[in-house]
Design a protein. Structure first.
Length: 294
């Protein structure tokens, strides 16, 4: 499997965007089957450049994350990106996890601070890492992974000093050894362009891949944005209010909105699109096809 830094470089040289999808570890055997036997095979027809697998709060899905990443590579022949967080891990435990990931043939890690289980304030694990930049540096010392980090076009919800300070923290993560950035979801492209311009001024030159979610449910996206701190622009909020009780219509609207958002981002120089699939294929399939990238 390839290093994602090499995939990004090759696509840039060819003048083509990177297309990737994100999945989360299901909670049930049926969910596992749907993801591995239906969703991923369907999205595989689009020939994505890589697929990422999230890491539950507090490391709650650690083994499942690695299992799915392994099966994505071994059974589907796709490059996997395994998420790894600081929460509830000592340096020694992270070292052991890196050895496990390496043994699976996975070359790519998204290094995150992570969320504590049950919410609340983040507290460093004794003997662990207080900042994701420290985790990045620790992984980089092993020398055999391509490392991605998360970026927040509207600023991280936990950064009380504001988005400008949060972006400085991101620049530190890149300086520590990150090869690229995948952003949190957002719905106003102006936020991404402001974020990109600010990071350029801070000397960041690695690819900043925008993360986009095709909306499938008005109540669902409202709940999710409240949790992650992303804003819903007024015009979008009004449309979602009108579709509150019609998930089918909301899904159609979400495909249209995501398509327009992605087309604008790519037109203005974004290196690719990272689609949050919510473990479902239809919306992502249609967005990529609408963009003419299938």
């Amino acid at each position: 499997m390839q290093f994602i830094r090499d995939i990004l470089a090759a696509k840039r040289a060819a003048g083509k965007p990177v297309i990737s999808f994100e999945f989360f570890p299901p909670k049930t055997p049926e969910g596992d089957r749907n993801l591995l036997e239906k969703t991923i095979p369907a999205l595989k027809t689009l020939r994505p450049d890589f697929c990422s697998v999230t890491y539950g709060a507090g490391g709650s899905t650690r083994d499942k994350t690695l299992l799915i990443a392994d099966r994505i590579q071994r059974e589907h022949g796709l490059t996997a990106l395994a998420h790894l967080t600081c929460v509830n891990h000592t340096r020694e435990q992270v070292g052991e996890l890196l050895a496990r990931i390496r043994a699976l043939g996975c070359k790519n890690i998204l290094a995150l601070r992570g969320d504590p289980p049950g919410g609340g304030e983040f507290a460093p694990t004794p003997g662990g890492f207080g900042f994701s930049s420290q985790l990045v540096r620790f992984i980089r010392e092993t020398g055999d992974f391509s490392i991605g980090v998360a970026g927040f076009p509207e600023g991280h919800i936990a950064c009380k000093a504001g988005k400008q300070q949060d972006w400085k923290h991101l620049a530190e993560k890149v300086k520590a050894g990150a090869d690229y950035v995948i952003t949190q979801l957002f719905f106003d492209n102006a936020d991404y362009f402001e974020f990109r311009d600010a990071l350029t001024k801070l000397g960041v030159t690695v690819p900043l891949v925008p993360g986009i979610v095709p909306i499938q449910s008005a109540p669902g996206i409202k709940k999710f944005t409240q949790m992650c701190g992303a804003k819903i622009p007024p015009a979008l909020a009004a449309r979602l209010d009108a579709l509150e009780h019609d998930d089918a219509a909301c899904t159609e609207f979400g495909i249209e909105y995501a398509t327009q958002q992605c087309a604008d981002l790519l037109r203005q120089g974004a290196p690719g699109i990272h689609l949050y699939s919510l473990n479902k294929a239809p919306s992502c399939l249609r967005v990529v096809r609408n963009l003419g990238l299938a």
